[in-house]
Design a protein around this ligand. Sequence first.
Ligand SMILES: Cc1ncc(C[n+]2csc(CCOP(=O)(O)OP(=O)(O)O)c2C)c(N)n1
Ligand SMILES: [Mg+2]
Length: 194
Amino acid sequence: MKPEEVLTLIAANRGTAVCIPTMTTAPAWRTIAPDDLSATCAGFMGGASSLGLGIALARPDRRVIVFDGDGSLLMQLGSLATVAGAAPRNLVHLLFKNGVYHTSGAQIIPGGLTVDFVMMAKAAGYRHASAIRDIDDFKRRLPELLKTEGPVFVELHTGLAEQTPMTARGGTPFPQQVEELRAKLLKPKARATS
Ligand SMILES: Cc1ncc(C[n+]2csc(CCOP(=O)(O)OP(=O)(O)O)c2C)c(N)n1
Ligand SMILES: [Mg+2]
């Protein structure tokens, strides 16, 4: 699957979900879904699901969709147990499995494409974990996956993105993204009554 096609389908189906892109999904998402409810996990390999978990726990009324990288998840495998242990019903953890550290030069990740992240997520305790290899299958299953009780994990077999954060630099600085997301998500505080 082309990551850009996957992201385009997510943009069409996400509704009011908060999205957390990282690595090569970040520049593509900026183009496909500008100004939406999202915060990019930049630089912190394996941090996307933790960022998503925090938002999911703070806002159980909203879906949170994490777009993770396979090299990043390998670096923070413990995050699977953290997410499963917290058991957020509204979290969807999508893994963009391309077999390489594309952002840093496309070096092959440990195990290449053979690592079975679905088994790992299931073993950690995710309520649902499955793999998708075909874009038509993804299109068909996505609406249901976004409604499934989480934590949901999906290993998406993708090719390489057209851009990486190194070839397409820019984007809103992280602290500003957080401020903007906070402003959009926070309801005005109830005024104190005397
Ligand atoms: C601890 C740490 N080591 C190395 C890096 C450098 N680095 C930045 S992105 C990246 C590769 C990310 O690969 P992956 O998560 O598979 O995402 P992809 O680029 O393939 O979308 C690396 C090694 C880093 N940011 N942090
Ligand atoms: Mg990768």
